[in-house]
Design a protein around this ligand. Structure first.
Ligand SMILES: Cc1ncc(COP(=O)(O)O)c(C=O)c1O
Length: 372
């Protein structure tokens, strides 16, 4: 076997995709209820993204960050306009965006003559697999054998997190809606904002999975100091970003941080086409409306549903793997979320008929594999 054994893959080889459908090498088309784990917001093969990528490949694929590239500048400007005049640093992944955010947080405090490195995170959080990101991901299964973890990470239940913020806290890092942890909306964001303000700590939203409109909103109130993005941002190519509030614009100086591929022109072309389409075609609102339909359909089967917009989890307990398999046999792809749920993260462009198809497959699978 030519791979390290990190992935327990499903027994399917995917060869092409169109809209919300994927075709496997067995010739069968599947409805994609997971969109490459919250990546393919516009579905597969969207013409705007394909055209932009093809043109960028023809023009220029890579020059590094030694030079400016128009498409990168345009995407940074659009992100800045979308997110309150923030300043952008591009990365290749979500984990790298979170690593960057923590370096920015540390530098901010150090430049103010008050070095701090303590970070408050929530239980059920997932912030990535690189070492700092993993240290902020309090899941023993993921951390086991990988230690030592980074120093100064304080893990709290959501209801205890504001009280854990103090004069040594550098930042609170939180997913406004926890993704891998099972589509759990975090209800204490105002309390976290107030605690950060009271103690001079920074509030960082990891919007890597829940950002860019999937929850039916581009903004999760109150505003953070820093947000991290990835997944949907690259429209299917590897791209992440840190968007830091205007008060942090001068925190990094040349040489403080960098990334060879971060902001790659082809990835930025895909990202620009994706973000423009999301904004111009009202797809954030569509996530809200489509999400309400999906939620109602799932709830009609009697299960508890967690989440917001098109980021939903059906709580099915230990039956989760069996329900995923039974849905796949019915031609619909989903995956588990946390230990007790399965996740629905379809493309924003999913139609009402496709939502109903998801629900019908879930109902049948749950009936067969789970509810007994
Ligand atoms: C909320 C959140 N943060 C960070 C990450 C890590 O992103 P990546 O896998 O691109 O490093 C993920 C990936 O699932 C995520 O959902």
């Amino acid at each position: 076997m030519s791979f390290l054994h990190t992935y327990a893959r499903y027994p399917l080889q995917i060869e092409t995709g169109e809209g919300c459908r994927l075709r496997a090498t067995d010739g069968r088309w599947y409805l994609d209820g997971i969109a490459g784990i919250a990546v393919m917001a516009l579905g597969h093969g969207h013409p705007a993204v394909k055209t932009a990528v093809h043109a960028q490949v023809d023009a220029l694929m890579h020059v590094s960050n030694l030079y400016s590239v128009g498409v990168q500048t345009e995407l940074a400007a659009l992100l800045s306009r979308t997110f309150g005049g923030g300043s952008v640093f591009f990365t290749n992944s979500g984990s790298e965006a979170n690593e960057t955010a923590i370096k920015l947080v540390r530098k901010y405090h150090s430049r103010r003559g008050d070095p701090r490195h303590e970070v408050v995170v929530l239980e059920h959080a997932f912030h990535g697999r690189t070492l700092m990101a993993l240290s902020m991901t309090p899941k023993p299964r993921y951390q086991e054998g990988m230690g030592p973890m980074a120093d100064g990470v304080v893990v709290c239940r959501a209801e205890d997190a504001a009280a854990a913020v103090g004069p040594r806290t550098a930042a609170v890092v939180v997913e406004p809606v926890q993704g891998e942890g099972g589509c759990r909306p975090v209800e204490v964001l105002p309390e976290l904002r107030a605690a950060c303000d009271a103690h001079g700590a920074l509030l960082v939203y990891d919007e890597i999975q829940c950002g860019l409109g999937r929850t039916g909103s581009l903004h999760h109130d109150p505003e953070p100091d820093i947000r991290t993005l990835a997944k949907a941002l690259g429209g299917g190519l590897p791209l992440g970003a840190v968007v830091a509030g205007p008060h942090l614009a001068d925190t990094f100086q040349p040489g403080d941080h960098g990334s060879t591929f971060g902001g790659n022109p082809v990835a930025c072309a895909a990202g620009l086409a994706t973000l423009r389409t999301i904004l111009d075609e009202g797809l954030v609102e569509r996530c809200k409306v489509a999400g309400a339909r999906l939620r109602a359909g799932l709830e009609s089967t009697g299960v508890e549903v967690r989440g917001v917009g098109l980021m939903l989890a059906a709580v099915v307990g230990e039956a989760a793997p069996a329900v995923v398999t039974a849905m796949r046999e019915r031609g619909v792809l989903v995956c588990p979320a946390g230990p007790d749920a399965i996740r629905f993260l379809p493309p924003y462009v999913i139609s009402d008929a496709e939502i109903d198809e998801l629900v019908t497959a879930f109902a049948g699978a749950w009936d067969e594999a789970g509810s007994s």
